[in-house]
Design a protein around this ligand. Structure first.
Ligand SMILES: Nc1nc2c(ncn2[C@@H]2O[C@H](COP(=O)(O)OP(=O)(O)O)[C@@H](O)[C@H]2O)c(=O)[nH]1
Ligand SMILES: [Mg+2]
Length: 229
């Protein structure tokens, strides 16, 4: 089983310095870095460790995701946040579980024994409520449907027709569609430490960004509930 670790980066020098030395190259087949025009030395630091960095051609985190997936040559993809939200030591645990034949293994922040140290009240409630809504509508058993940190079979991108919706929020669609198809999904408990570095490289800065995402999430959930078979 070949594993591609996909890391989107936008000015994350502080997180990268803490995270990258802890990722063992023998765990994975490939690390794909997609850079959103970092200006804080992130790219230079990554390259100094012998990795290649791909500059993003279209702006925005979603484009970074798809450019990362397109560049991934593994059978399994693990999206990984370099801002300290994803714990590198859980990578081998995700891979081991995938080896047992799962389609998706989620690094859950809300499974027994896990927690998020990065949540505020709003993000905690949003994560729990959206996960509960997806479980209710699609009759599934997620504890964390929204986290980016997980391992999944790359073929799901075509099997679940995700490639046809490159402009839609990826995690929500993957969660809804995997649940609808009753795929083999499991979770491991994974602590989400606090984000390192500045807030401005966040994908959805400010309060308004979060409300906009929440509405987008609802639209996708109900669209897939009605239409995706
Ligand atoms: N390549 C790229 N990376 C981005 C962009 N926006 C955010 N990121 C990275 O995506 C990762 C996840 O974003 P973050 O805001 O922390 O997401 P959250 O933890 O889910 O709120 C961070 O490490 C950012 O550096 C972008 O436009 N391009
Ligand atoms: Mg983050």
């Amino acid at each position: 089983m070949k594993v591609s670790l996909f890391i989107p980066v936008k000015d994350e020098i502080e997180g990268l310095r803490s995270i990258l030395p802890r990722i063992k190259k023998e765990w994975i087949h490939q690390v794909v870095f997609i850079d959103g025009n970092s200006k804080d030395g992130s790219v230079e630091y990554i390259e100094s460790l012998g990795y290649k960095v791909i500059p993003q051609s279209k702006p925005g985190l979603l484009n970074a995701w798809w450019e990362g997936f397109d560049a991934s040559t593994g059978d399994v993809i693990i999206p990984f946040s370099p801002d300290n939200n994803s714990v590198p030591e859980d990578i081998p645990k995700l891979i081991e579980k995938m080896g047992e034949g799962y389609d998706i293994v989620i690094a859950s922040r809300y499974a027994k024994g896990a927690r998020s140290e990065d949540d505020d009240v709003m993000s905690y409630l949003a994560n729990r409520l959206f996960t509960a809504l997806i479980n209710l509508l699609f009759r599934f058993h997620y504890t964390d449907a929204l986290t980016m940190y997980k391992a999944f079979r790359k073929d799901l991108l075509t099997e679940l027709k995700l490639e046809e919706h490159r402009k839609d929020h990826f995690e929500i669609m993957l969660a809804c569609r995997a649940a609808r198809r009753k795929l083999k999904v499991t979770e491991i408990p994974s602590i989400e430490p606090k984000r390192l570095g500045s807030d401005y490289s966040r994908a959805h800065p400010g309060k308004f960004g979060k409300y906009k995402s929440a509405i987008e999430f609802l639209v996708i959930i109900f669209r897939d509930w009605l239409k995706f078979k």
